[in-house]
Design a protein around this ligand. Structure first.
Ligand SMILES: [Fe+2]
Ligand SMILES: [Fe+2]
Length: 478
């Protein structure tokens, strides 16, 4: 923890130095030099923001929210007050170190900045490159520790710098941001000694310092570069990192209490993890061609069996299907953290127990029969890169390799077991699959015809290690 505090203090001081001066002082109080710790823009449904973007700033507690400065073409810059996004109820003191500030970015802006730091001012007017990734945090659990101090063992910071160099127009971040769920064991101080531990006695594991360490500091290079399009992973379940997710990253107004703990006679307990409302975002690709993303919250449910959670999850996929009804000129991707038909290594098999490689079964059941509108299903969750093609269905892309400890490197034969979701329902057999177990992210570039995309898989140094082509709902990688 001491090292992190030093880092945050240094970042804060640097921003202060850049903004202190007569021009900044003249605009107090809303533009007082605030020592902004992090500034970024989140893609939001149009009902939340006319531009499709919401700006956020994270400042030290006690500092005023900075102004959001915006400028339309040929107009002078304007300063807009940002409002405090309150910390979730009953989470004190986990988020007391920071204040989160939020403001919808008006439509038609050419530039936006917060205390001198640029943030994306608009969604892309024409998509040329999208970055895709998921599963990024440094794992600290009672049973496993990742070396957060090593760039090769936990490469998220390096990966973020490479991603910026690829100049993405938007970044699709498919959940599982937060992995620092336990104190660093005394025997592993050299690997995770700088990591903030969870606050003892609270029914969840995240905190302001945890999110700074796992997400906002390593991602700093990308936050000015492109809007974030985010989905919630199971690591953002309410008993894990959900409070920080809804405070910092959910783009919707008023959602910060989604995971606020529940008061009981015996004290606080974690809120239940339930799917939040599905929404859609549109990204223009070329004249007459739009990519619609349907974003489903799949933080809850079981990976290994179909439970009653599937019934609670199904409306999220029904809404997504309705939002992506086929229209001329529109193609659609489903973005949902847990794969609908991804599979894991047979090294996860338990001796003597029949092994089912398919994950995640509650999601597979919930989405069954609701996938005709998509050109691609983008998931993460398994800590690998994977593509799976089932006959008659959109391809499943899995990218859960952005920094969290990878799954075992081998043992991915094409499953022969049917993906059975109960009640006589089963998905078609897989025709083809591709797996790579290495850290990285993907850059997707549109092809000439509707539905066509080229994807390149990059390692944390930005080097391409595989290529994929998507066309007519068929994905091939090599
Ligand atoms: Fe994960
Ligand atoms: Fe996950």
């Amino acid at each position: 923890m001491p090292r992190l505090i030093v880092l945050l203090a240094a970042a804060s001081a640097a921003v202060c130095t850049a903004t202190v001066g007569p021009a900044a002082a003249a605009h107090a109080p809303i533009d007082a030099p605030a020592g902004v710790l992090s500034a970024y823009a989140l893609a939001a449904p149009r009902s939340e923001s006319a531009s499709g973007l919401v700006a956020r700033a994270v400042v030290p507690r006690g500092a005023a929210c900075p102004a959001l400065t915006v400028q339309a073409p040929r107009d002078p810059a304007r300063r807009l007050a940002m409002a405090v996004r309150p910390a979730p109820a009953d989470t004190s003191p986990a988020f007391e170190a920071i204040t989160v500030c939020s403001r919808a970015i008006p439509a038609g802006m050419a530039r936006a900045s917060i205390a001198g730091t640029a943030v994306p001012a608009h969604l892309p007017t024409r998509v040329r490159r999208l970055a895709l990734l998921g599963d990024s945090g440094c794992r600290i659990a009672s049973w496993q520790v990742q070396d957060c101090a090593s760039e090769s063992a936990w490469p998220l910071g390096r990966l973020a710098q490479s991603m910026v160099a690829d100049r993405p127009d938007a970044i699709l971040f498919n959940g599982d941001f937060f992995y620092r769920e336990a104190p660093c064991p005394p025997t592993a101080e050299d690997q995770c000694g700088s990591s903030p531990p969870p606050v003892a006695g609270l029914p969840f594991t995240d905190s302001a310092y945890g999110w700074m360490a796992d997400v906002l500091v390593p991602l700093a290079p990308v936050l000015s570069a492109a809007p974030l399009i985010v989905a919630r992973g199971n690591h953002e379940a309410c008993y894990r990192g959900g409070n920080g997710y809804f405070l910092l990253l959910d783009p919707r107004e008023g959602t910060q209490d989604t995971c606020a703990p529940v008061r009981t006679d015996k004290g606080l307990k974690a809120a239940p993890t339930l799917p939040t409302a599905t929404y859609a975002l549109d990204l223009p690709v070329s004249p007459g061609r739009t990519l619609r993303l349907a974003i489903v919250d799949s933080a809850g449910g079981s990976d290994t069996q179909v439970t009653t959670y599937a019934d609670a999850q199904r409306p999220a996929y029904a809404t997504a299907a309705r939002l992506t009804a086929r229209q001329p000129g529109r193609e659609s991707w489903l973005m949902t953290h847990r794969p609908l038909y991804g599979y894991v290594t047979d090294q996860f098999a338990t001796p003597g127990v029949p092994f089912n490689p398919w994950t995640s079964l509650d999601q597979s059941a919930a989405a069954y029969g609701l996938l005709d509108t998509y050109d691609l299903v983008f998931g993460s969750h398994a800590h690998i890169a994977q593509a799976v093609q089932l006959t008659g269905l959109p391809p499943q892309l899995v990218l859960g390799n952005a920094g969290t400890l990878l799954d075992p490197a081998s043992g991915y034969p094409l499953p022969t077991q049917p993906l059975d979701v109960g009640d006589g329902r089963a998905y078609p057999s897989p025709r083809w699959a591709w797996v790579a177990v290495r850290f990285g992210y993907a850059i997707a570039q549109p092809g000439a015809a509707p539905g066509q995309w080229r994807l390149s898989m990059h390692d944390p140094q930005g080097r391409q290690f595989a290529r994929c082509g998507l066309s007519d709902r068929q994905l091939y990688c090599r």
